[in-house]
Every structure is written in C-alpha cells, then in structure tokens.
Design a protein around this ligand. Structure first.
Ligand code: GH3
Ligand code: MG
Ligand code: MG
Ligand code: MG
Ligand code: MG
Length: 312
C-alpha cells in the first residue's frame, strides 16, 4: 500500500474491484427430447464459452431450474411427453420465472404456431436446423440484457450487495430449498452502532464510506454461497447455508471484531465503528418471516446489552 493512502480509499477501490469482477459463466438449460439434438446444441454452446445442461423429461424441469439456476432456457416445442409451449406457460405463472429468457428452438415452421408460442411466454423463436453463430449470439445477448436488468433491479448501488427486496426474495427461496431438501442455514441481522452520530459528526459521505467498508468486509469474509443484502440504511441481512446458530454466532463475532478494528478515513483522520448482530437458524424457525423476526429480536437484545456484540 502507498504510505499516504487512506485505508478507506483502499477499501473503496477493493469494493469497486469486487463489483467489476468477471461474471459467472452463462448457464443455459436445454429442454430437448432428442439426445442427439441436445448433444449438438450443448456442444455448440460450449464452443462459444457457454455452460449448459440438457433435460428431456418434463418432471426434471423445476428441479433443474432450482439447482442449476440457468440464465436462459432453450425450449424445444414438440416432445413426446412434453409440450414446450405448455411448459413455458406454466413457468410464467411462477413469479421467480416471470422474466427468465425462454427461447424456442424448434422445427415448427408454421408461423401461427410460432406466434402462439411467443404469446404464451416465449421471448424469441429460432428454427431447427439452427445456425450455430446465430444461436450463440441470441443466447449471449439475451443473457447479457437479462443480467443487466437483474443487476439494476436487485443490486444496491452504494454497496453492490442485494437490495432489500432481492435479499428478502432470496431468503425466502433459501427457506423453500431447505424445506425441500432438509438443509439447514442461519440468518443474521446486522446494524451499525450509533451510526447517526457518525453522520452527525463527520457528514453523510463519510457515513457512506463506513457502510461500504462493512459491505466489503462481509464480502471478503463470507462464502460465495452466502447471501449478503443491504436490508436498510445501515442494516444488513445475511444467510449462511449449512450453518447452525452457534457456528453463525462464531463467524459473525469474528467479523464483528475485524470491523471494530477497521479504520475509516475522514477529512481529519480516521474513525472506528462497530456493529451489533442477531442470529436465528433454520429449522428451529422454519419461515423466512419467522427467521427475520427472531434475528431482529436478537439484534435488539445485542443493542440493549451494550452494542458491539452478537446475540442468538
Ligand atoms: P443504533 O446503535 O441503535 O443502531 O443507533 P443508530 O444511530 O445507528 O440508529 P438510527 O436508526 O437512529 O440511525 C441510523 C442512521 O443511518 C440514520 C440515517 O440517517 C442513517 N443512514 C441511513 N442510510 C444511510 C446511508 O445510505 N448513508 C448514510 N451516510 N447514512 C445513512
Ligand atoms: Mg423434439
Ligand atoms: Mg438501524
Ligand atoms: Mg444503527
Ligand atoms: Mg436504530
């Protein structure tokens, strides 16, 4: 580090780096009853650097969506046990899949049928046999736009974390997943202590730096699979899959100690801030709402107990 560089400026730069870090590989779910066709499609996508998973059975669709989390579906239309248009219509009724790009890839040449397939929820119609270059271009541009859209509606601008609505939705999905596959996870609500005083003493821009500093620390310390959201102004919601309340408390307490030791720059020097946190866990509490409420109550207890602590 250059000796004259303020620690918070470094944190700001690191946070920006995290924001611009290379995105995940694009993931495409190929719904196709012909194994040969599926192989050709997946190979074509692979040659263009796109990851794919092929399924041929309607029964696998929801499971594949949940576990593979594709950015786009390439949907065949006519399958012996499966109508691609009907599947699309059903998916569009599930809020989580309202906007997921669905591109038909079918030999159906009847324009009336193609129009009907689009009307029932598809985004585009590509004809078999397909042109590999056009297929890759359609897939890439659709996914790029979809990710941009998701970013602008789900990501908090100051921190790059999930915003309130997105964090809440992901927590609910995590609870549903845990109910389906018997997993466990912990939830924590974090709130910076006496933050109003930071703003009042040093000004709002310095307060923003402190919020970004905590966001950076959470990203640096938690795993890729953990959920981190900016729940409110100086409040953060996190969820840790495969973790019980006791372990979550230990993890959070280490982060708490690191945050308390993290210097934040202000025009006259550096300041230090602390946070309090409350922890709750699934399956002891089994809905997103109950978990959030319990974590909130534990947070309140941490505040009453003197702040700069983690309670369960
Ligand atoms: P406590 O320890 O009880 O949490 O006290 P507190 O002062 O942190 O709590 P309070 O809820 O009274 O104040 C939170 C402050 O956070 C008030 C609000 O102006 C400030 N705040 C909210 N969002 C932002 C933001 O994006 N940037 C900055 N700088 N301040 C914010
Ligand atoms: Mg077919
Ligand atoms: Mg607060
Ligand atoms: Mg606070
Ligand atoms: Mg408060």
């Amino acid at each position: 580090l250059p000796a004259d560089e303020q620690p918070s400026m470094v944190i700001n730069r690191l946070l920006d780096l995290l924001h611009t870090e290379e995105q995940d590989k694009y993931r495409v779910l190929v719904v196709e009853d012909s194994r040969v066709a599926a192989l050709v499609i997946c190979r074509t996508l692979g040659e263009h650097g796109i990851d794919s998973l092929a399924i041929g059975d309607p029964g696998e669709l929801l499971d594949a969506l949940r576990t593979y989390r594709p950015d786009l579906i390439l949907m065949d239309m006519h399958m012996p046990r499966f109508n691609g248009v009907e599947a699309t219509r059903v998916l569009r009724q599930i809020p989580a899949y309202h906007t997921l790009p669905i591109v038909y890839l079918s030999g159906e040449s009847n324009i009336g049928m193609q129009v009907e397939a689009l009307r029932l929820g598809g985004d585009q119609f590509l004809i078999k046999p397909f042109n590999p270059v056009l297929l890759a271009a359609v897939v890439k541009t659709k996914i790029a736009r979809f990710r941009d859209l998701q970013r602008s509606t789900c990501i908090d601008g100051l921190t790059g974390l999930f915003n309130h609505a997105a964090a809440k939705a992901r927590l609910k999905a995590m609870a549903d997943d845990a109910a389906a596959d018997g997993g466990r996870f912990a939830v924590a609500m974090i709130d910076i202590d006496n933050f109003k005083a930071v703003n009042d003493t040093y000004g709002h821009p310095v307060g923003d730096l402190v919020i970004r500093g905590l966001a950076w620390l959470l990203k640096a310390r938690l795993r890729e699979s953990d959920l981190i959201g900016r729940y409110g102004g100086e409040e953060f919601l996190i969820a840790l899959p495969g973790t019980d309340a006791a372990l979550a408390q230990t993890v959070l307490d280490r982060i708490r100690a690191d945050f308390a030791a993290l210097p934040h720059a202000h025009p006259g020097g550096t300041l230090y801030a602390t946070f309090s946190a409350g922890v709750a866990a699934y399956p002891e509490l089994d809905t997103a709402a109950a978990l959030t409420e319990a974590a909130d109550n534990a947070l309140l207890e941490a505040k009453r107990g003197g702040r700069n602590r983690v309670e369960t």
